[in-house]
Write a protein that binds this ligand. Sequence first.
Ligand code: WT7
Length: 656
Amino acid sequence: MSNLKSVTSDIRLFKPSKSFCDIANINSIILDSLNNEAKMDYPLFWANLAKKHIHWHQPFTKILNEDNPPFFKWFEDGVLNVSYNCLDRHLVNNANKTAIISESDSGIIEKVSYKELYSKVSVFANALKSIGITKGDTVIIYMPHSIEAIVAMQACARIGAIHSVVFGGFSSKALAERVIDANAKIVITTDGQKRGGKIIPLKNEVDIAIDMLPHDNPIQHVIVYKKISYEKLKWDKPRDIWWHELIKNKSDICPVTEVDSEHPLFILYTSGSTGSPKGVQHSSGGYLLGSIMTMQWVFDNKPNDVFWCTADVGWITGHTYVCYGPLAVGATQVVFEGVPTYPAPDRFWQIIQNHKVSVFYTAPTAIRTLIKLGYDLPQKYDLSTLRLLGSVGEPINPEAWLWYYETIGNKSCPIVDTWWQTETGCHMLSPIPGVTNLKAGSCTQAIPGIMIDIIDESGKILGNNDNGYLVITKPFPSQIRTIWNNPKRYEDAYYPKDIGDGKYYIAGDFAHKDKDGYFWILGRVDDVLNVSGHRLGTMEIESALALNPIVAEAAVVGRPHDIKGEAICAFVVCRGERPTGAKAKDIESELREWIGNQIGAIAKPDEIRFGDNLPKTRSGKIMRRLLRSIAKGVEITQDISTLENPASLEQLKQVN
Ligand code: WT7
């Protein structure tokens, strides 16, 4: 850590340019007054913003209800509809403004105005109603990143149904688990999708998932959007319904269902350190407010911007900064279905040039991949429309940051390195682009109204020049409300009694606060991995491995990876003899496939090593820290005197 301190103490500051500051939504005077208002009375601060930026069908009179912590309620007697805020209210002045510029994997471009999107959403909302979906029902959306996925999400919001989007890269098994936990009545999917030129038959996965469910499963219908005219489609009548048939003769007027501010808007599953994925449940009013304010403060939203967030709608970033935030502020945005490297690693730069993108938001892993595959490629493109860049998902290393700043931003675009989580709903730590002096690799400071600190094991709040657990000390509107079906897990995971005495929201990250009070995220404190900006629980992968009949025992750890941030390394003890040579290679690929089927391709281990047993303490605990050193290939410095079976280490050091 001493290393980090010396790096952060005399690091270079990047000041926003005068031309950016001149037109920025927030200057230092406004930022100071926002921060002061929040400091004086943070609930009132948020309440004033909620009144100003949200259309309420019935205004709220109660601001924050803290009667039953940590189950906080915001604006609870207010009545609104999120889809109304994203669509209807733009019809007066911006009906013909482009809402979405969609570009498919193969390059087909489709533009949709606010009026057209409003109609599409209304028609589909009426279609959902016609099959009996009503307020409070849960709906699984398993679709490619596309206009239709956004239409499906907005249509749910319009009628008060609760969506749960499952990323298209998750396996049928993972999908089945989420269907059951969410108790979903319908699944909305497509016949398939093309990504990076490859065909992914999504509907087939849904069929397999439903086959895994008990006979009395809750699924009544599967709605299928015909996207690629996939030929080998199976059809189960009357369960399966074509989207285009369901919407026939449906009106394009669908009055919104008014809901309470605390009505669940969606559930999104994410990995934790233990057990199965957690259904993070968000609210309507508070979540919407967070999306709107961060679009204004952090992305400095302007009427003429072309905004592009590259995240898939299957992740929280795609919820907040594709489906809800940009629409709520009436922005024009790009929705790109494909991958950055197909057909060539200049795809992103081409899209920025062609659609004149001005605000670009992506992940460090994408930046690092593109640096590696084409350091100078961006120079062939006109990227001069860019005025602001963003980064999210994992710490961005200073080298990648500098390339992003110089080569993509031409040294004139601030970079907002935004720290947040599925559970926080919107940005928490981020530069305010027209004010904050940037440091490459730091997500700088809390946005207005968000109270963030670092604490030690005993719960003491630490000052500058220290490292500790990152905590949010006060409730905030966009925060997670509970874990679906499991309020106890919500309390235990985020407000644990053993750290901070249950008073603070514990993010699960460790952070350094430098001499200027800037935050530097150091990594997770729990057994959660961050692979290419995606969150995966080591326990989840271990349990999946243990289900394979070859496997007697498994332990999974992360190790640093140049491109992905972290790589997955599994240590496996097989039933019977320890495999070596070609046999080990075969079993390794078999287990990788297995994980692909159990969870999804993103969870496939990068490496699997075999041993006769795993290093354990005498009490039988797997020594993960030791495995981490082995995976990294560094010398073991930990105390191994309590190790039950030291000989196993040599085997595990061997690469297959
Ligand atoms: C975890 C949350 C919410 C965005 C997508 C990921 C890590 C996120 C940053 C950042 C350093 C970051 C943290 C966090 N993380 N953004 N700018 N700098 N680390 O959402 O899957 O819920 O993961 O991602 O470790 O806890 P998520």
